[in-house]
Design a protein around this ligand. Structure first.
Ligand code: AMP
Ligand code: MG
Length: 193
């Protein structure tokens, strides 16, 4: 049996990665190509809830590093178990901005489980991300300026290079600029097809 394609989609909070993923999946479904999308944070959150560690998903990045790494490990092995031969999109983060500094979203033990074919970095202008965060009342976003968001996006590219070295995956940068969502969706479709 042919192995499924594993695609990891990352981007700083508020860049719109979930929107781009949903748009791309819709287009591919019309072509008869099916992907299953899983949200890494949701797998972590389900475990965190049963352990009474947090009451909403935006509290997880404030937990101690060891708690976050444990949740991350459990999520990775659960996702690996369900994705053996399906095409799968994993909605997650290249790095997480925590009070103690950037935490790798895909450390070696997570990559070993997931072994992605490609890691997508969804990016846009930091000012646009700031505006999107301010208008999204459904989430508890960090108070952060555009300079800081720019630094986070830079770090995400840097650490993605390490992920490529470890796995041999490709790194695809997808710009999700204002009014150009269709463009971002088409770029993602091209790596998923
Ligand atoms: P999201 O809904 O994608 O913003 O993810 C919610 C939360 O899940 C993030 O703020 C992180 O705390 C956590 N999370 C998601 N992916 C990872 C990962 N690969 N490693 C560690 N934490 C993650
Ligand atoms: Mg999301």
């Amino acid at each position: 049996m042919e192995m499924g394609k594993k695609v990891v989609v990352t981007g700083v909070p508020g860049v719109g990665k979930t929107t781009v993923i949903n748009g791309a999946m819709e287009k591919l479904a019309a072509e008869g190509i099916t992907y299953e999308a899983v949200n890494f944070g949701t797998f972590m959150f389900d475990v965190a809830c049963t352990k009474n560690l947090v009451s909403d998903r935006d509290e997880m990045r404030k937990l101690g590093k060891d708690d976050q790494k444990h949740l991350q490990q459990v999520a990775a092995s659960e996702i690996a178990a369900m994705s053996a031969d399906a095409n799968i999109i994993i909605d997650t983060h290249s790095s997480i901005s925590t009070p103690a500094g950037f935490l790798a979203g895909l450390p070696e033990w997570v990559l070993r489980e997931l072994m992605p074919d490609v890691i997508v970095l969804v990016e846009t202008d930091p000012d646009q991300i700031l505006m999107r965060r301010l208008s999204d009342v459904s989430r508890v976003r960090d108070m952060e300026g555009a300079r800081s968001i720019a630094g986070h996006q830079e770090f995400n590219r840097a650490i993605a290079a390490a992920y490529a070295m470890y796995t041999g995956c490709t790194i695809k940068i997808v710009g999700n600029d204002n009014h150009l969502l269709e463009h971002a969706i088409d770029d993602l479709v091209n790596v998923l097809r």
